[in-house]
Write a protein that binds this ligand. Structure first.
Ligand SMILES: Cc1ncc(C[n+]2csc(CCOP(=O)(O)OP(=O)(O)O)c2C)c(N)n1
Length: 305
């Protein structure tokens, strides 16, 4: 079954525009679905990985790679490209899947996830996978690197933007709050952070380990433009990303409420599916079926080369 497509917000725009908007959202929903499927196929073949946090951020990555990021497939490393840093680097399967879903990578490559010599390592490594803007995996560091990139672009008068995705558990790293201070101090309006607020970290709820609330107030107090939204609503994501890009006074953060494991009912909200977990054969069949794949397609994904 395809995931529901979020309807566009009521708007006074003419119907032709609304039709175009709806087609765009349908295309993005398709990309998000592909990200979910390819993430799980990669993790299954690797025999380990992080399914929960890959599935929770699939819609965010679809909105970014499918619509927001100015990256040319012909010249993905052009100096003027927008940058994306996956600060929650353990969701690498979703990042590779997003590249594949938008034509930046051969989808067959996701099956080499975590294999010796593969560019698709368990966490993005810039020397193996040059589309990764920097190596991430040590939580907190990608956010700092993204801030450095935003400062660097400004110094060089390059009008590109920098986007970075953080996990909510990641926000417990002190480095994040040093970065938050720094980005606001330098009024980095070319920087947009997104938080995959799925409320779970490795083994338990954030609230039981180290609570984050009132999260939006904390970012506001640090001087950021803050929006809270449903991180599975593609229309809301596009709207918030547009407002962030128009906010010229400093950095923006989008607090995206999500569900860990989203799209696969038996994985949703279950700490067990954080990682590094092996997906068994019967589980991958059930998971891909839940993501709308037919039996032959699943067999090909699981047993094919
Ligand atoms: C500095 C650092 N400490 C610990 C880890 C191990 N680790 C990997 S993922 C994770 C939990 C992250 O939770 P969250 O950011 O909420 O990720 P999500 O739920 O979105 O997958 C931890 C502690 C790490 N990668 N880096």
């Amino acid at each position: 079954m395809l995931p529901a497509v979020a309807l566009p917000h009521r708007s006074p725009e003419p119907l032709s525009f609304q039709g175009e908007h709806l087609r765009r959202l349908t295309a993005l929903a398709r990309i998000a679905l592909e990200i979910r499927r390819l993430s799980l196929v990669g993790i299954y073949h690797a025999g380990s990985g992080h399914p929960g946090g890959s599935l929770s951020c699939a819609d965010i990555l679809a909105a970014l790679y499918g619509a927001e990021l100015a990256i040319s497939p012909a010249e993905p490393q052009d100096e003027g490209r927008d940058r994306f840093v996956l600060s929650k680097g353990h969701a690498a399967p979703a990042l590779y899947a997003a590249w594949a879903a938008v034509g930046l990578l051969d989808p067959a490559q996701v099956k080499s996830l975590r294999k010796l010599g593969s560019p698709m390592q368990g966490h993005p490594h810039v020397l193996d996978a040059p589309l990764a803007e920097t190596s991430t995996g040590s939580l907190g560091q990608g956010f700092s690197a993204a801030i450095g990139m935003a400062i660097g672009l400004r110094h060089r008068h390059i009008p590109a933007r920098v986007y970075t995705l953080l996990g909510d558990g990641e926000l417990q790293e002190g480095e994040v709050w040093e970065g938050a201070m720094c980005a606001a101090h330098y009024r980095l309006s070319n920087l947009c952070a997104l938080i995959d607020y799925n409320k779970l970290q490795s083994d338990d709820l954030n609230a039981n380990i180290m609570g984050l609330e009132p999260l939006a107030d904390k970012w506001r107090a640090f001087g950021w433009h803050v929006e809270e939204l449903d991180g599975h609503d593609l229309g809301a994501l596009l709207d918030a990303l547009r407002r962030a890009s128009e906010h010229g006074k400093g950095p923006s953060v989008l607090i995206c409420n999500t569900v860990k494991g989203r799209g696969v009912p038996f994985m949703e909200g279950k700490p067990h599916w954080h990682g590094s977990v092996k997906i068994k054969e019967d589980e991958i069949f059930r998971a891909l079926a839940a993501l709308g794949m037919g039996e032959d397609e699943i067999r090909e994904a699981v047993h094919g080369g």
